[in-house]
Design a protein around this ligand. Structure first.
Ligand SMILES: Nc1ncnc2c1ncn2[C@@H]1O[C@H](COP(=O)(O)OP(=O)(O)O)[C@@H](O)[C@H]1O
Ligand SMILES: C=C(OP(=O)(O)O)C(=O)O
Ligand SMILES: [K+]
Ligand SMILES: [Mg+2]
Length: 604
C-alpha cells in the first residue's frame, strides 16, 4: 500500500512552506521513525534543497495517520508549528518543528558532550544506566534531572500504570531529547503472565503483620477491597495450592502459609511480615521446592502483553523487554511480529532471565534476543537466593561471549527507596556488576517510587566511574575468552578487525576508538572487547544511535557519512574539534563498515 503524504506546515512567522515528499512512504513505513526527502513548494522561506523531514512519531490506524515531524532542513531555523495535513487522506494533528540540522552536522547527547569537554574522554563512564520511571520521576523536570544525571535508558514497566500514563512519559522523554539534546532511549517492559497480586484496590501498599490471616482470591471484588484481601491474576490458583504450601510475595519479602481453602478463596497466615506492594509477584512452594503446576503453562506473552507490544511499536520504543522468557521460540516469534508490523523499525528485544526455564535454556534464548536482563527480583524468587550471584555471573558471561548487551537489574540500591545513602553491601553489589563489565545497571523502585531517585542515580554513576578507573589502573585487561560469533566469512573479518583494533588500542594507549557503522554491529563488536579507551560510534540514524546507548563504552553520535573514509575522518575531526570534544594530536584508531582496515592516526 502506498500513498503520498503532503504535509502543510505553517511557521510561527506566518510563512507557510509546503513540503511534498520526493518518495512515497508506504503505510507500514509510517509506524516508525524515518527521514523523508521533501521538495519545498514556493513559499516565503528560502531553503537550500534537498531538505529532509524527520518524522519522529507517526501512528497509523486504518482511518487516520497522525505524525509528529521534525523538519530537518538546511538553513531553516526556528520552530515551525501548527501544521496540519493538506490532503484529506491524512487526518490527525501534525506537530512540526524545524531545526537547522544540515548534513554537515554531528549530533551527540548533550550530557556526554559536557562530560567529554570537562573531563576529557579517557574518564567518560562506560557502564550504561537505566532508570525505571514511576510516580517519583514522571514529571518533565524529574526526567530532565535523571537525563542530566546520566540516565541512558528510561524503562517503563507495563505492570503498573495505564497506557495513557506511559504514553505521556514517552512523549516527555522524546520532547526532552528533541528540545534539550539528550538521547535517552526508551525500554518498555512487559507484565508477563506469571501469578501476581492485583492492585490492592488502589492503595499504594498494605502492611501484613505476623500471624494475621489474609484471603487470597480470584473473585472480582468491588473496590474498596474487603479488609486483608488480595486479588490474584491466576484463575487456577485455588485449585493448584494445597494447605501447608508456603506463599512468597516478591521472592520472600512477605511470606504466608496456606491454612484453608474455601471455594475460590484461600486463607493464609502471615509468617514473615512486611509491606505488600501492588501487583507484586507471587510464587508458592511445597516441601522447599517451587511449585510449577498449570501456571507453568501460562503463555510468556499474555494477550494484555500483545496489546502493550502493539502500543510499544506504535510509540516507536527502542527496546521491548520480555518478562519470564522460557524459551528462544517466544523471542523469535516476537521478533518476526515486530518485523511484520514495523518493517523499518529496529526495536531491540531484551529477554528477561528470571525463571528456572530461562536459566535452563540460557544460551539459545540469548542467541535469539538482542540482549538480556538479569532480572534478580523474580529470579531470586524462583531459585534459592544464594544461587543468584552465580547465575548473574553466568548470564553476564554468556551475553558477553555471544555479543549481546546485558543488564543487571533489581535491588542494586534498594535501601535508597527510603534512605539518602546506600548500604556498604549495596555499593559492593553495584561494584561487582561493574567489575563483571555488564553493559548496564538498572534502577527499579529506587527511581520509580523512591524518595531519592537522583541520589540513587548519582551513586550508580560514581561507583561505575570509580570501579572502571580502578580496573584500568590495575591493568586488568580483558581475560575473558571471546569466541567467534560470526555466521559468515565477512562477519568473521569484522570480528577479527574489532578484536585486533581493541587490542591495539590498549597496547598503544590510544585516546579513542572511532567506528563508522550503519547498523551498529561493528560498534557492538568493539564494545564486546571492553577496551580501555572510549568508543566513538558514528551512525547515520537516530534510532541506531539511541539503541547503542545500552552498550558498554559506546559514545553514540549521529553523523551523515559516505563510503570515503578519508573524507569521513576529516569531517569528523573538524566537527569534533570545533565542538571541543577532541584536540590536535589525540591518538585515534578508526574502523568502519565500509572499509576492512584499521587506521591509526593523530588528530591533525
Ligand atoms: N508506572 C508506574 N506507576 C506506578 N507505580 C510504579 C510504576 N512503575 C513502577 N512503580 C512502582 O515502583 C515499584 C518498583 O518498580 P518495578 O521494579 O519496575 O516493579 P515491580 O517491583 O512490580 O516488578 C513497583 O512495585 C511500583 O510500586
Ligand atoms: C526486573 C525485574 O522484573 P520486574 O521488575 O518487571 O518484575 C525483576 O524481576 O528483577
Ligand atoms: K515487568
Ligand atoms: Mg520480574
Amino acid at each position: 500500500m502506498s500513498k503520498s503524504l503532503n504535509l502543510f506546515i505553517s511557521t510561527s512567522s506566518g510563512t507557510s512552506p509546503n513540503f511534498t515528499p520526493l518518495s512515497k512512504p508506504s503505510i507500514s513505513f509510517l509506524t516508525g521513525n524515518f527521514r523523508l526527502p521533501v521538495q519545498l513548494k514556493p513559499s516565503g522561506v528560502s531553503v537550500p534543497a534537498p531538505p529532509e523531514l524527520l518524522i519522529t512519531k507517526a501512528s497509523y490506524d486504518p482511518e487516520t495517520i497522525s505524525a509528529a515531524a521534525l523538519a530537518s532542513t538546511n538553513g531553516l531555523g526556528g520552530v515551525l508549528s501548527g501544521a496540519s495535513p493538506e490532503q484529506g487522506s491524512y487526518g490527525g494533528g501534525v506537530v512540526v518543528s524545524a531545526v537547522s540540522a544540515d548534513t554537515s552536522s554531528i549530533e551527540v547527547d548533550a550530557v556526554t558532550e559536557a562530560e567529554l569537554k570537562e573531563n576529557g574522554f579517557r574518564s567518560t563512564r562506560r557502564t550504561k544506566l537505566i532508570c525505571t520511571i514511576g510516580p517519583a520521576t514522571c514529571g518533565s523536570e524529574q526526567l530532565e534531572a535523571l537525563a542530566v544525571g546520566g540516565m541512558n535508558v528510561a524503562r517503563i514497566n507495563m505492570c503498573h500504570g495505564t497506557r495513557e500514563w506511559h504514553q505521556i512519559v514517552i512523549e516527555r522523554v522524546r520532547r526532552l531529547n528533541e528540545e534539550k539534546g539528550y538521547a535517552v532511549a526508551i525500554m518498555m517492559d512487559t507484565e508477563g503472565s506469571e501469578i501476581h497480586m492485583g492492585d490492592l484496590g488502589g492503595a499504594s501498599s498494605a502492611k501484613a503483620e505476623d500471624g494475621e490471616v489474609w484471603t487470597f482470591s480470584v473473585r472480582a471484588f468491588e473496590s474498596p477491597l474487603p479488609e486483608r484481601t488480595i486479588n490474584l491474576s491466576y484463575d487456577g490458583f485455588a485449585e493448584d495450592v494445597k494447605v501447608g504450601d508456603e506463599l512468597l510475595v516478591d521472592g520472600g519479602m512477605v511470606r504466608f502459609e496456606v491454612i484453608e481453602k474455601i471455594g475460590p478463596d484461600v486463607k493464609c497466615r502471615c509468617t514473615d511480615p512486611g509491606l505488600l506492594l501492588p501487583r507484586a509477584n507471587l510464587t508458592f512452594w511445597r516441601h522447599g521446592s517451587l511449585v510449577r503446576e498449570r501456571n507453568a503453562m501460562l503463555p510468556t506473552i499474555s494477550s494484555k502483553d500483545w496489546l502493550d507490544i502493539d502500543f510499544g511499536i506504535s510509540e516507536g520504543v527502542d527496546f521491548i523487554a520480555i518478562s519470564f522468557v522460557k524459551s528462544a521460540e517466544v523471542i523469535t516469534h516476537l521478533k518476526s511480529y515486530i518485523q511484520a508490523r514495523a518493517r523499518d523499525s529496529d526495536i531491540a528485544v531484551i529477554a528477561k532471565i528470571e525463571s528456572v526455564d530461562s536459566l535452563r535454556n540460557l544460551e539459545e534464548i540469548v542467541l535469539a534476543s538482542d540482549g538480556a536482563m538479569v532480572a534478580r527480583g523474580d529470579l531470586g524468587a524462583q531459585i534459592p537466593l544464594e544461587q543468584v550471584p552465580a547465575a548473574q555471573q553466568k548470564i553476564v558471561q554468556v551475553c558477553r561471549q555471544l555479543n549481546k548487551p546485558v543488564i543487571v537489574a533489581s535491588q542494586l540500591l534498594e535501601s535508597m527507596i527510603e534512605y539518602p545513602t546506600p548500604t556498604r553491601a549495596e555499593v559492593a553489589d553495584v561494584s561487582e556488576a561493574v567489575r563483571q563489565r555488564a553493559d548496564a545497571l538498572m534502577l527499579s523502585g529506587e527511581s520509580a517510587m523512591g524518595q531519592y531517585p537522583e541520589k540513587a542515580l548519582t551513586v550508580l554513576r560514581s561507583v561505575s566511574l570509580r570501579i572502571e578507573r580502578w580496573w584500568r589502573e590495575e591493568k586488568h585487561h580483558e581475560a575473558m575468552e571471546l569466541p567467534d560469533t560470526a555466521s559468515s566469512f565477512a562477519d568473521s573479518i569484522s570480528e577479527e578487525i574489532c578484536n585486533s583494533a581493541a587490542k591495539m588500542a590498549n597496547n598503544l594507549e590510544v585516546d579513542a576508538l572511532f567506528v563508522y557503522t550503519k547498523n551498529g554491529h561493528l560498534a557492538s563488536l568493539l564494545s564486546r572487547c571492553r577496551p580501555d579507551c572510549p568508543i566513538f560510534a558514528f551512525t547515520t540514524t537516530t534510532s541506531v544511535r539511541r539503541r547503542l546507548n545500552l552498550q558498554w563504552g559506546l559514545i553514540p553520535f549521529r553523523l551523515s557519512f559516505s563510503d570515503d573514509m578519508e573524507s569521513n575522518l576529516n569531517k569528523t575531526f573538524s566537527l569534533l574539534k570545533a565542538r571541543g570534544m577532541i584536540k590536535s594530536d589525540d591518538l585515534v584508531i578508526a574502523v568502519s563498515d565500509m572499509l576492512q582496515s584499521i587506521q591509526v592516526m593523530n588528530v591533525p
